[in-house]
Write a protein that binds this ligand. Structure first.
Ligand code: NDP
Length: 334
């Protein structure tokens, strides 16, 4: 497993991160969750991404328990704040000082850890002054409860404004966490150039488009059982826009490209994001340990330029690039 630096910081993270959205505390039983974490560790993954809101706090608890016997210094733990956990009161969402301070304490309690490595603003909060948010994050760093600060799904201007204030406050934002895959490329026109200028990396979510780029969803065929598309806990809703016949047909055009490289389509999808500029890590999910073992083989793979071009051609009609699609809720709705 190869390591990369997170932004312009000295922190090294594995280029494949294990993420537990929709799975831990929800789609999969705790013993399967633990086996997935074990498979990740066995494959050399040391970086793990979660959020306070995943499974209403349960995802942090399951991850913390699965990692309890590991040496803390050998792990890089990412979590997030913005969405509510538990009651959806007026101060339970967003990036106010109150919610950030209460959020970090709740995350550390559920993870059963003294600090997280990366604390991320899960969305931009249009209701809280950015100065208040950044000064609260500065205090979280000074308290030692988080070592680095990142954001998620911020647009280019929000990144610029946030980084300027962070630097005034004596720290730097090191990362942005956007959706990014061979199909969803809205960060390419604006967010990536801004991040390069600002010294921030992308830590990218749904690199496999929630499993669609693994090629297992076949056009015109029944949905595979035990997949996100049939998960009644929430997965079914989050993946539905990708289960479009045209998208699924275009994805199948990647199969010969993967074959030519001796890769599974899942590995091709992950290697594709890792090869793109400014990506520090691919946050990859899994509902069973065999998927983790398969997916980590994307680390270190190099896709030749002509095959990168062939991927673009195959997916062209289904690729989304509009930078305006990087949006956070206009108000703090839960
Ligand atoms: P992926 O695109 O990697 O999808 C993962 C899912 O695809 C798995 O749960 C599994 O679902 C399926 N899968 C994985 N490997 C294979 C394989 N080899 N063959 C076939 N199917 C496979 O990413 P996620 O959508 O899970 O997101 C990854 C992480 O990103 C999250 O855990 C979270 O940490 C982060 N994230 C952040 C967000 C944000 O707003 N900042 C939003 C969403 C995610 P199944 O087996 O059930 O079909």
């Amino acid at each position: 497993m190869e390591y990369r630096y997170l932004g312009r910081s000295g922190l090294k993270i594995t280029e494949i991160t294990y993420g537990n959205w929709l799975t831990h505390g929800s789609q999969v039983e705790n013993d399967v969750a633990t086996s997935c974490v074990r498979a990740a560790l066995d494959a050399g993954i040391t970086t793990f991404d979660t959020a306070d809101a995943y499974a209403n706090g349960a995802a942090e608890e399951v991850l913390g328990a699965a990692l309890a016997s590991e040496r803390r210094e050998s792990l890089e733990i990412f979590t997030k704040v913005y969405w509510p956990v538990g009651p959806k009161g007026p101060n339970d969402t967003g990036l106010s000082r109150k919610h950030i301070m209460e959020g970090i304490n709740g995350s550390l309690r559920r993870l059963n850890m003294d600090y997280v490595d990366l604390y991320q603003a899960h969305r931009y909060d249009h209701e809280t002054p950015l100065e208040e948010t950044i000064s609260a994050f500065a205090d979280v760093v000074r308290s030692g409860k988080a070592l680095y600060i990142g954001v998620s799904e911020w647009n280019a201007q929000q990144l610029r404004d946030g980084q300027a204030l962070a630097r005034e406050a004596g720290f730097s934002l090191v990362s942005n966490q956007p959706q990014y895959s061979a199909l969803w490329r809205v960060i390419e026109p604006e967010v990536v150039p801004a991040s390069l200028e600002l010294g921030m990396s992308q830590v990218v979510w749904s690199p496999m488009a929630q499993g669609v780029l693994s090629g297992k969803y076949l056009p015109g065929q029944p949905l595979p059982a035990d997949s996100r598309a049939t998960d009644e806990h929430g997965g079914k809703n989050t993946i539905k826009d990708y289960l479009d016949e045209d998208i699924l047909s275009n994805v199948q055009k990647l199969r010969p490209i993967a074959d030519e490289l001796g890769l599974k389509m899942s590995q091709l999808a992950i290697a594709w994001v890792l090869q793109n500029e400014n990506v520090a890590t691919a946050l990859v999910g899994a509902s069973r340990p065999e998927q983790v073992t398969e997916n980590v083989k994307a680390s270190g793979v190099k896709i030749p330029a002509e095959l990168m071009a062939a991927i673009d051609t195959a997916l062209a009609p289904s690729i989304i690039k509009d930078p305006a699609l990087t949006v956070s809720p206009p108000t703090r709705v839960a």
